[in-house]
Design a protein around this ligand. Structure first.
Ligand code: GUN
Ligand code: ZN
Length: 438
């Protein structure tokens, strides 16, 4: 029998035990355990305590640092790291000018493999330990992502992108081949290790009605499959969908008619939804990924989070790189705060951090595994400096209340604050030591 591995991490533990009320600064759903040891055995969290653990535990002392559950990015595109920060276009131009050419390169297995590895290492270096990811239309791009995630022990949801029209050469599939590819990938990867298959419809304009029906059929045949797509992001896109699908009541209805809206569905953006759409999302139990960095960068619009809460569907916060300009969840949350502020609303640090951890995990049906520091979950945890650099340090020094501190951290920090990222109790990223002076 092999000896079990025991690891204890010391720091200020912060996570959520429920959903914080909108606007509440002092909320019972916030669990803050300052200067505690987080106990990890064989990759799982087994407890937390203020007392020093005994000599059976390997101890890492991060006193004075913040320990959070790893972030969950519910909407991000692997191949688009190559086009992040591309100038001057709204969605449809941006896809044609920058994104599709970058995705064409993923037909080459070597490009796909290298891209998947670089992408997952970048997620980890930003404190994101789990993600729902768009690769490209090429089967190999999903295979290489699954394999690279498996090597890193990460929770990853992905699936080959479906697109059989309105896309350039080299980026279109067809219904029969796409179905065969999906079925093969599902058989080989779905439910294996920490991998899950997501039926991945790029968006309504790039799939024929026959392909959308096939995607819905896959979801109906296996209720454990995830689904990811885009919806109602940009006004020109919404008008285009109305022309392509005149029989549908709305853009969202295009997906509902074929059975793509369900409890494991994640739809990105949803800026231009109406009240009936919002009620439908709640009824179907689907999750919406709010992508504020992308929405600002591509000039798409301002997501109405309060209307989402009132309608009762789950909202997570996602980077949407390369439409978004950073993989940093703190930067996305900073943008989310500003988008809500423009509507005269205030997003607390609790609402933001909850959406990027426990809220996202619950929306994916994965809160038994990720999203908080509760006993029994896998130890996907990140260790952060509270403040780095003179500006943040000065601000932190005068912050008094817990919310004030965490809000300043959320607003001023980024991946440079990350000291280490653990996946199932294994350190998969550590900040390199600064170079010694010559
Ligand atoms: N809609 C369809 N494809 C995409 C994409 O790659 N990024 C964004 N932001 N929206 C999309
Ligand atoms: Zn996207």
């Amino acid at each position: 029998m092999t000896a079990s591995s025991r690891l204890a991490l010391r720091g200020d533990l912060l996570d959520f035990t429920g959903t914080p009320a909108w606007g509440a600064l002092d909320d019972p759903a916030v669990r803050f355990r300052p200067d505690h040891w987080l106990l990890i055995e064989d990759g799982r969290i087994v407890g937390a305590q203020a007392e020093d653990p005994d000599a059976r535990w390997t101890r890492e002392d991060h006193r004075g640092r913040l320990i959070l559950p790893g972030f969950i990015d519910t909407h991000v595109h692997c191949p688009q790291l190559d086009v992040i920060a591309s100038y001057g276009a709204e969605l449809l131009d941006w896809l044609n000018t920058y994104t599709f050419p970058a995705e064409q390169r993923y037909a080459d297995p070597a490009v796909a493999r290298g891209g998947a590895e670089r992408f997952l290492d970048a997620l980890l270096a930003h404190g994101t330990t789990a993600a729902m990811v768009f690769p490209t239309v090429h089967k190999v791009s999903a295979e290489t992502l699954f394999e690279a995630a498996r090597q890193r022990g990460m929770r990853l949801l992905t699936g080959k992108v479906l697109m059989d029209r309105h896309a350039p050469d080299g980026l279109r599939d067809d219904v029969d081949q796409a179905r065969r590819d999906c079925e093969d990938l599902i058989r080989r990867f779905h439910g294996q290790d920490r991998l899950g298959y997501a039926v991945t419809v790029r968006f309504a304009p790039t799939s024929t009605p026959a392909q959308l029906a096939m995607a819905g059929d896959l979801c109906r045949q296996d209720a454990s499959l995830y689904m990811q797509t885009h919806v109602a992001e940009n006004r020109a896109e919404v008008e285009w969908v109305a022309k392509l699908f005149p029989e549908a009541r709305s853009y969202l209805d295009v997906y509902d008619r074929v059975g793509l809206l369900h409890e494991r569905a994640v739809l990105a953006h949803g800026i231009w939804l109406d009240a009936q759409d919002r009620a439908l999302l709640a009824q179907r139990g689907a999750q919406l990924a709010f992508c504020p960095s992308s929405n600002l960068f591509l000039g798409s619009g301002l997501f109405d989070w309060v209307a989402a809460r009132e309608a009762g569907f789950a909202v997570s916060v996602a980077s949407d790189v390369g439409g978004g300009t950073s993989l940093s969840t703190q930067r996305s949350l900073g943008d989310a705060y500003k988008v809500q502020a423009l509507a005269g609303r205030r997003m607390t640090a609790w609402a933001g951090l909850h959406a990027a951890t426990l809220g996202a995990a619950q929306g994916l049906g994965l809160s038994h595994e990720i999203g908080h520091l509760g006993v029994g979950t896998l130890a996907d945890v990140c260790i952060w400096d509270w403040a780095r650099g003179p500006v943040a340090e000065a601000r932190f020094a005068v912050a008094r209340e817990l919310h004030e501190k965490v809000f300043a951290w959320m607003t001023l920090s980024d991946e440079r604050n990350l000291a280490a990222a653990f996946v199932a109790g294994v350190a998969r990223h550590r900040r390199p030591d600064p170079l010694p002076h010559p």
